[in-house]
Ligand binder design. Sequence first.
Ligand code: ACO
Length: 442
Amino acid sequence: MSEFSPWKSTSLLHEVLEAHDGASKGKYTIGLGQDCMGFCTEVEDVISMSLTVVTSLLEKYDIDPTQVGRMEVGSETVIDKSKSIKTFLMQAFEKCGNTDIEGVDSTNACYGGTAALLNCVNWVESSSWDGRYGLVVCTDSAVYAEGPARPTGGAAAIAMLIGPDAPIAFESKFRGSHMSHAYDFYKPNLASEYPVVDGKLSQTCYLMALDSCYKRYCHKYEKLEGKQFSMDDADYFVFHSPYNKLVQKSFARLMFNDFLRNASSVDESTKEKLAPFAALTGDESYASRDLEKAAQQVAKSHYDVKVQPTTLIPKQVGNMYTASLYAALASLIHNKHSTLNDKRVIMFSYGSGLSSTMFSFRLREGQHPFSLSNIANVMNVDEKLKSRNELPPEKFVEIMQLMEHRYGAKDFVTSKDCSLLSPGTYYLTEVDSMYRRFYAKK
Ligand code: ACO
């Protein structure tokens, strides 16, 4: 772990976007809970962002590229229906003579990064592990057609190194998954980058998946440990973050789960406040605004301690699809690295369609260069967020229109304008008449 992009990339203030879109004041900032949204200009895409994070990670941790034996990419941003993003990243390894790297891309909405991560962790724990590092890359540009979903966009890439004796130690036995068929968010139109979204259904699917994963996680924990699991057994909860309001509701929903399970984490006053909702059916409980409010109210003080430190990058950059969950983890490391020793972190990954998993790990300070403090240092989150360029909404709309036009196109050169990018950032220069893509490094 870990390197994070964007560097000095572009962002848009939600307060300004609200006014531009004619939305009521506070809808994006309080209603969705977002501060800012990152996006790619015409010189950046999921390949350039992932080339940037991979090369930066190798350099900053001084990793010999021949020491990587598996690389997995999670993304739902389709640039080519056959050629994986992973093969583009091989350029960083081929030049050092290393073509012996297993793994390709994993795709299922925002879940692909978790599929990639679990593949790499499983590889390192397996009999086919050859002693080298695994490398996981999550990269997405989340863009929506004009309308209510557009302010929940974002863009980023994250690279994570996987190996033994890490400061982030997986509790691989405790995993709960929920996989099912749903049409909540999908991309059937191959001529467009935009998804088809049933926003309300996607919120319910997310919460149903959360309930199901949490029950299974608790069950596995209880079977193996011989004691009940409650939210008190975890120090931090990290959620896939389409927008912050859903994260607030998700944490409250876990508290309602603990209440229904009569877990030790729930005090008398919480029991009293949630008692009127004890007899609701599952469907009624997802629809109940009163329950949502009551649960958020009783969860608030715990949220401030166990979730708030994970929300910085998702609130500042928006939904990064596959990278969203790991950007939330990066926020936790950034905010709390000096006090994370022996803390348990619960992760909830959700990808529409749908795939979801809850898993956990324990943190420890670790050895340089992979100590938590050095990871925080390398990620340099404050500086990256601070040095972004803020563009006005009109420019954002103009860029979205150009990208719609360019999507799936060939035979064009970009502006090659990398003035907004930090040194070391890769950018797209050309797509030739054979759809081959060319990149340069600033
Ligand atoms: N001040 C404060 N709050 C406000 C204001 C205001 N002026 N106006 C509205 N709000 C609140 C609403 O009450 C609502 O809060 P609530 O959820 O607590 O009720 C919130 O802002 C959002 O308002 P809605 O009217 O519900 O928003 P809308 O339906 O226009 O869009 C949605 C929201 C559905 C999330 C849309 O942005 C979307 O479709 N996003 C993409 C789908 C998505 O991200 N799904 C999540 C899981 S799947 C995935 O990760 C892609």
